[in-house]
Ligand binder design. Structure first.
Ligand code: CMP
Length: 133
């Protein structure tokens, strides 16, 4: 499957035009990781945004697992949005394939695509609601 097709199947990017999907596909790097790879480390700087194509990862906040991520999920956006350290540690719990965007590629994409920015906001709102409930 092409990177464009993979991206089209990801809810975050589902409203993008074919042209924008193609542009995004050219900017992403498909990367494989082994089980146990730490892809984001709480308190450390972050330079990458990850979209999971295959496999699973665990999100730990303050050393406690809070969420399991799988195909179609993404992570690493927070440090790229506010340029502060990673908020959580994300570790692969199986072999994983991701589409990866660098900060330089992620920022203009998120700011130029209202549907992507809105989807990122919705996910962030959900996270706040989960914390408050
Ligand atoms: P970032 O802070 O850049 O790096 C760690 C990532 O883990 C973070 O971006 C989010 O993508 C993700 N993350 C942080 N907290 C949670 C949470 N409570 N639930 C799900 N994902 C989270």
């Amino acid at each position: 499957m092409s990177a464009s097709d993979l991206l089209a199947a990801i809810p975050l990017f589902s409203k993008l035009s074919k042209r924008d999907l193609g542009q995004l596909a050219r900017a992403t790097h498909e990367t494989d990781y082994e089980t146990g790879t730490v892809l984001a480390s709480a308190g450390e700087p972050g330079r990458f945004f990850f979209v999971i194509v295959e496999g699973e990862a665990r999100v730990d906040v303050n050393g406690e697992p809070v969420r399991t991520l799988g195909p179609g999920d993404y992570f690493g956006e927070m440090a790229l949005i506010d340029r502060r350290p990673r908020s959580a540690t994300v570790t692969t719990t199986s072999p994983m394939r991701c589409l990866v965007l660098t900060q330089i590629e992620f920022r203009p994409f998120a700011t130029e695509q209202p549907d992507v920015a809105w989807a990122l906001l919705e996910a962030m709102v959900q996270r706040v609601r989960d914390i408050e409930s």
